[in-house]
Design a protein around this ligand. Sequence first.
Ligand SMILES: [Zn+2]
Length: 69
Amino acid sequence: MKNTEKKRCISCGKSDLSKDEIGINMKLIGAETQNFYCIDCLSDVLGVSVVDIYEKIEEFKEEGCTLFS
Ligand SMILES: [Zn+2]
């Protein structure tokens, strides 16, 4: 059983983070991070808006980043 399948937000406890959410954590916090946040908490931590985060996700997708669905 792999424990990499399900991640939960370490801040609010939201479970079952999406692939996009996990990917953007790795991009913005670092690929080695063990701390994953949902989009809402990530925007808080980084001091940016939720919309900014979604725009970043779209940018990375357009670049063909494999971390995203
Ligand atoms: Zn959260």
